[in-house]
Design a protein around this ligand. Structure first.
Ligand SMILES: Nc1ncnc2c1ncn2[C@@H]1O[C@H](COP(=O)(O)OP(=O)(O)OP(=O)(O)O)[C@@H](O)[C@H]1O
Ligand SMILES: Cc1ncsc1CCO
Length: 526
């Protein structure tokens, strides 16, 4: 039977991390006042007598706030102070022995780093598992590989159908807690019961405030969890989606939002120009050192890995984190991800670090990103006719990554994990110039920025970077770009691929609402 325990903000103590002059007990009490819901005492070097003393005094403080106290590793200490339970690692005392030694009803938790650990924990009947390390951390020297935010979701899958609770642990702080909560999800939508935090609380001079801040984020997330991946109440219609896209198009023209783009060196100028043609304002900046400042102004961020190098990757990692914190949409274009292990690793790192709002790519890129070999790539291009069932593919990928997915090609498919929309505009000339996919990314990011400038109700603002309006932004960005391509060719000014690019930019620059309404071909699939 599962015990009623609130795992949401799980504090793991570490006296070595206290700020100078901060008393350990004072820090513990303040963190409880801030909203810590369960405490684990971890003492790796203390002598037994000192450990018992610390645990006993901590127990008195935790009891005052009706918060359970867990002891790391030491069953004898837990018994000595009547703690609520014990947490063990993979090389500590086996769970069946722990359970035999502790009083009935005690909480038993175990650290898990991989699927085998989780399966064993289920067989052993633990109360909860601590999944980690999720992020790189200075608190513990890592002996096992990082699980990563998305890796946590895979382990949560294994808990499906059990009563076992799960907390994530390892390097979780106010800067990455949103990504941790949002990105750690099983295929069926099972999320974490809590997050374990060490340094963000313990090393703070104001642990009450640090805990309250984390607790606020967790509660907001839990309150919205039931809303699921999509929230569009009324069934979608092609006309309804177009109306939303046109509203955003108009907002771009009137507000000219700033769109921060970290893109590849092949397309940088044409991407900046297509952004301007649409009415938005581009800034192409790559250094990690300026990402915090930059996150304050733009309406959206585009990250395109077309010509990735290590320095730019650092900028990408930082920019996405800051954009998440500022609740600004993030669009990811995994250009050529199937071409090399370097790109695959980089995409994994980016997706483990921040919450993306929209992933956009051609069939080869999205196949590589999702780990299927159904569609192959040649460098940055997709090979063959694409997916047999693109509708299911985009829907499943959107669910897995908890974002909107846009699959480009002759027909484009966009999904938020609930609905799928097929876009039938475009021209085959787009496949003959370089960077048409990259320019679509700029258009989508501009639409994301445009949509954030529209008035929204509170709920949508709090969901911020991953709300249903991203679906409209993706549809809008692709549609205006593709209609512009049709208009450009129809203008008679295109003599080949060389004249196509400027004609395309011209057509987008002059594109009217009427032209979009007349030409847009938006079809709802599901
Ligand atoms: N044969 C086609 N007919 C109509 N539109 C097309 C065609 N091929 C591509 N497009 C359009 O071109 C845009 C780019 O899609 P594509 O899948 O070619 O991107 P990509 O392969 O990532 O491009 P790149 O690598 O050159 O940046 C999309 O808006 C898509 O709808
Ligand atoms: C050709 C090319 N190579 C790296 S990025 C890029 C632009 C189109 O994706």
């Amino acid at each position: 039977m599962s015990k009623k325990v609130d795992y949401s903000l799980y504090l793991v103590t570490c006296r070595e991390l206290l700020p100078p002059d901060k008393d350990y007990y004072e820090s513990l009490e303040e963190s409880l006042q801030g909203g810590v819901t369960i405490v684990q005492i971890r003492e790796k070097t203390a002598e037994t007598r000192e450990f018992v003393e610390i645990a006993a005094k901590s127990k008195v403080i935790c009891d005052k706030y009706n918060v359970p106290l867990i002891i790391n590793d030491r069953i004898d200490v837990a018994l000595a102070v009547h703690a609520s339970g014990v947490h063990v690692g993979q090389t500590d005392m086996p769970v069946d022995v722990v359970k035999r030694l502790l009083p009935v009803g005690s909480i038993v938790g175990v650290s898990c780093n991989n699927l085998d650990h989780v399966k064993t924990a289920i067989d052993d009947g633990v109360d909860y598992i601590g999944i980690g390390s999720v992020w790189a951390t200075k608190t513990k020297s890592l002996t096992s590989p990082l699980v990563g935010v998305r890796g946590v979701g895979v382990l949560l899958d294994a808990l499906e159908g059990t009563e076992i609770k799960a907390v994530a642990i390892g390097g979780i702080k106010s800067t990455n807690i949103l990504r941790t909560l949002y990105g750690a999800v099983s295929q069926s939508g099972h999320t974490l019961d809590g997050v374990a935090v060490v340094s963000d609380i313990v090393s703070s001079n104001d642990p009450q405030n640090a805990a309250a801040n984390l607790s606020g984020i967790i509660h907001k997330f839990k309150a919205q969890e039931h809303l699921g991946p999509a929230m569009i109440g009324t069934p979608l219609t092609g006309k309804g989606v177009l109306r939303q896209a046109l509203q955003i198009f108009d907002a771009i023209k009137t507000t000219s939002p700033l769109v921060h783009q970290i893109t590849n060196t092949v397309v940088s100028t044409q991407s900046a120009n297509i952004t301007l043609a649409l009415g938005a304002s581009p800034i192409m900046a790559t250094s990690a050192k300026e990402m915090q400042d930059l996150s304050k102004i733009p309406g959206a961020l585009l990250v395109n890995i077309g010509t990735l190098v290590d320095d730019t990757k650092e900028g990408m990692l930082a920019s996405g984190l800051y954009a998440n914190l500022a609740r600004k949409p993030v669009v990811l274009d995994p250009v050529g991800v199937g071409a090399s292990q370097y790109r695959k690793d980089a995409i994994k790192e980016l997706l483990d670090t921040w919450q993306v709002s929209i992933i956009k790519g051609n069939a080869g890129e999205l196949a590589a990103l999702s780990g299927t070999s159904e569609v192959e790539s040649k460098g940055v291009d997709s090979v063959g006719d694409g997916f047999k069932d693109p509708i299911s593919f985009v829907k499943n990928l959107a669910r897995k990554e908890r974002c909107v997915v846009a699959l480009t090609g002759k027909v484009d498919y966009v999904s938020d994990g609930n609905s799928v929309i097929a876009l039938h505009n475009g021209h085959e000339m787009l496949g003959r110039i370089t960077g048409s996919g990259c320019m679509v990314g700029s258009c989508i990011a501009s639409f994301c920025a445009g949509q954030t400038s529209l008035p929204h109700d509170d709920e949508i603002i709090t969901r911020g970077f991953a709300n249903q309006y991203m679906l409209y932004a993706a549809v809008g960005g692709i549609t205006v770009f593709n209609v512009a391509a049709e208009v450009a060719v129809a203008s008679g000014n295109v003599r080949g691929t060389g004249t196509f690019l400027p004609a395309l930019i011209d057509a987008l620059y002059h594109l009217s609402l009427d032209e979009i309404v007349l030409n847009a071909d938006i079809r709802i699939c599901t």
